[in-house]
Design a protein around this ligand. Structure first.
Ligand code: ADP
Ligand code: MG
Length: 240
């Protein structure tokens, strides 16, 4: 058994590693932004190409911003229980919000999204953090689903619990890796998804998801289903 001291030391080491890894990941987007904007200022990039180049810059800013937020969140979650900002909100609306936000990418990859939301489901939880969870599940689904495939999203409820389930088809996770995907920095390498893995990722998404869901006392998981991957969580509708 590890002692409390060892455990805390490991935690600190893990966090240091997270920060150094994210700092490293931030160098590339910063460089792209710097070079592009300098190029425009110096007149090296022709007028007709500027708009597109600037859109790339916006993309890089968004990515960097997510990375920085993840890093800050990992620090805050330390004392998660006392730090949760609980409010009542609609889980259904959260989903609609993401579908709208990802409209362009969904079209670009020609993905078909099937929503099964029969009614508005209200829950008491930390809105920002639950959005972060859904956003991570959703971005993973988009990243690791081959083009022209399908993503099903369903939410339902019982008297006390709300249930979120997302299945992305055309992908599977190597069964040997099913446990590892929750570890910080772990990224899969399976041939199916190799192409998509060229898209950036830090491998901390699911680590953050697990910390957030644990702080909310949720049951959650990711498993292989027939021709797909299912990501899900159950959350209490009311905070006890
Ligand atoms: N919905 C999914 N479908 C297929 N593979 C997935 C899915 N979600 C996660 N994975 C696998 O788990 C790994 C870890 O996910 P994550 O922590 O979000 O890191 P990242 O997305 O930055 O690689 C991914 O690299 C991928 O191999
Ligand atoms: Mg991810």
């Amino acid at each position: 058994m590890t002692s409390l001291y060892e455990e805390q030391t490991n935690q600190v080491a893990l966090k240091k590693q997270l920060v150094s890894s994210i700092s490293h990941e931030l160098k590339t987007p910063l460089m792209i932004m710097q070079v592009t904007i300098q190029g425009i200022l110096d007149g090296v990039i022709p007028d007709e190409e500027q708009a597109e180049e600037l859109l790339n810059v916006v993309d890089e800013i968004n990515k960097s911003s997510i990375m920085i937020q993840d890093m800050l969140q990992i620090y805050r979650l330390d004392d998660a229980k006392s730090e949760l900002e609980i409010s009542e909100f609609s889980l259904s609306n959260c989903i609609y919000h993401f579908i709208d936000g990802f409209d362009a990418v969904i079209k670009q990859h020609n993905l078909q999204i099937n929503l099964d939301i029969k009614k508005d489901i209200m829950i008491e939880a930390d809105n920002k953090l639950i959005k972060r969870v859904i956003s991570n599940f959703f971005t993973n689904a988009i990243k690791y689903t081959p083009e022209n495939e399908r993503i099903d999203i369903e939410i339902s409820d019982t008297k006390n619990e709300a249930y979120f389930e997302l299945i992305n088809y055309g992908a599977n996770i190597d069964p040997e890796n099913l446990e590892n995907i929750w570890m910080p920095f772990f990224r899969g390498e399976d041939s199916n998804t190799k192409e998509r893995l060229k898209t950036k990722g830090t491998g901390i998404g699911l680590y953050l998801v697990s910390e957030i869901l644990k702080a909310h006392n949720c049951r959650f998981g990711i498993e292989n289903v027939d021709k797909g991957v299912k990501s899900y969580f159950y959350i209490n509708k009311k905070v006890e």
